[in-house]
Design a protein around this ligand. Structure first.
Ligand SMILES: Cc1ncc(COP(=O)(O)O)c(C=O)c1O
Length: 443
């Protein structure tokens, strides 16, 4: 029988059942979901790969979900009746042929985690967390609502899954710091939406204080909650599966609160321990220069970390100065020969626009990861022979306001040659033909 439980992420003897409402160890450490690896080793690597392949994107509920197809590695023993799923995962891993070749890296891929129910990778973690909450409620735990602070995508995912489960949901958002498309998602799903006059870090402090107060009845759904990371780690497993169980050389992930980079490390580590893969990729965490506390620690060899006040960035979902999973991320990067790269506003917007010109439609956070890719190629770290995966974390359509500003020339410092402006004309055939001759000449 497979089993998993909570334990401190940095070691220690304490354990709690996954149905307990607990976020930190008695010494204040964040928690991890720990699996009984000896039990999981009763199946061979080949048998696990075979099982996961048989289930992948089929309709047998709940295994067609990219997360629940790996149920035994995520939340073994969960009552299937508790599972809330929108068939998340199974996102396309696209060969970025033209864009990669332009940088001399023909084996470049983009994992499109934003092509999902609420338009970001957050669905992968939220299906696990909300399913776990249902399990807790069934056991009589005193939960009256599920809550989170958010830079937009977490609140969208939480409100959708809670609405599907019939659970009350409350989201704490930094006023005027998320995109209009993100804001309308929890509103439409009927969540209680609190718009606080602060930044994400301020919202995070408030939601923690509210949720951790005795008898609050608010269950905390931020990525400090390790249940989320169990779902997110399946991206690592799924992308290796999509390469017929071959491991890429580099995986580049945009980082904000830094749960996701740790989740990637967990996914790869689990596959390694159970023999599904024999090497680890190098993990790259990409941060916006305006929100770069991990980058600053990296350049000091991770000897010193200091939170910062993050400045506004087009990559608004990662405008985070005091990431809750900082120590998890440092641990992950140390284990995976990790690199942290940063991108200025011009670098991230231009990288996204260059990729868009090859047919993609990337969100600014993916722009940060693409800019990191371009810089690592420039420094000779990534080269022609490498297989590289850039993780796209949200759908570009959620950030069409940023793209519209870029192409309207409303953002200073960007590459004008990448701007594309509609040609306004009267409905006159000759004028239209003349304009077309000018516009398409030399294409
Ligand atoms: C689109 C997008 N990309 C990247 C991230 C960063 O993920 P993490 O906070 O786990 O580092 C987030 C959320 O914070 C996000 O919404």
């Amino acid at each position: 029988m497979y089993r998993a439980w909570f334990s401190p992420f940095d070691g220690g003897p304490e354990t709690w059942p996954l149905t307990d409402v607990v976020y930190r160890s008695t010494s204040g450490s964040l928690l991890d979901v720990t699996h009984d690896m000896a039990a999981l080793a009763d199946r061979s690597a080949a048998a696990w790969m075979n099982l996961f392949d048989q289930r992948f994107m089929r309709s047998t509920w709940p295994y067609g979900s990219g997360v629940w197809g790996k149920l035994e590695w995520v939340y073994p023993g969960i009552d299937p009746a508790s599972i809330v799923s929108f068939a998340e995962g199974g996102t396309n891993l696209l060969w970025a042929e033209r864009y990669g070749k332009a940088f001399g890296v023909p084996d470049l891929w983009v994992k499109q985690c934003g092509n999902t129910h609420t338009g970001s990778f957050k669905d992968l973690g939220m299906t696990v967390l909300v399913s776990a909450v249902r399990e807790m409620v069934r056991l009589g735990k005193p939960i009256r609502a599920v809550g989170c602070a958010s830079t937009g995508d977490t609140s969208a995912a939480l409100s959708a899954y809670c609405a599907a489960a019939g659970l009350p949901c409350v989201v704490f958002l930094p006023k005027a710091k998320i995109s209009p498309a993100q804001l309308v998602q929890p509103i439409a799903n009927g969540a209680v939406v609190l718009s606080l006059d602060t930044d994400f870090d301020g919202c995070m402090r408030i939601v923690q204080a509210v949720a951790e107060a005795p008898d609050s009845g608010i269950y905390l759904a931020n990525s400090m909650n390790p249940l989320r990371l169990e779902g997110q780690k399946t991206i690592a497993i799924e992308l290796v599966q999509q390469f017929d169980w071959q491991v890429p050389d580099f995986v580049i992930v945009p980082g904000g609160n830094l749960g996701n980079i740790y989740a990637f490390a967990k996914g790869f580590e689990m596959m390694h321990q159970l023999g599904l893969i024999t090497k680890r990729p190098r993990l790259v965490c990409a941060q916006a220069e305006h929100a770069n506390p991990l980058y600053r620690a990296f350049v000091k060899g991770f000897e010193h970390y200091e939170p910062i006040v993050a400045r506004p960035t087009a990559a608004s979902a990662i405008q985070i100065g005091d990431p809750v999973s900082i120590h998890r991320a440092i641990r992950a990067l140390r284990a995976f020969d990790g690199i942290v790269e940063q991108a200025s506003e011009a670098e991230l917007l231009n990288a996204a626009a260059r990729a868009d010109r090859t047919g993609m439609f990337n969100c600014p956070h993916t722009g940060v990861a693409l800019a990191a890719f371009e810089k690592l190629v420039g420094r000779g770290v990534i080269g022609r022979g490498h297989r590289v995966v850039v993780v796209s974390t949200a759908h570009g359509l959620k950030f069409s306001n940023v793209k519209a500003d870029f192409h309207a020339g409303a953002i200073p410092g960007v590459d004008d040659t990448l701007r594309n402006v509609p040609i306004e004309l009267p409905p006159d055939v000759d004028r239209v033909r003349a304009a077309l001759d000018r516009a398409t000449w030399g294409l």
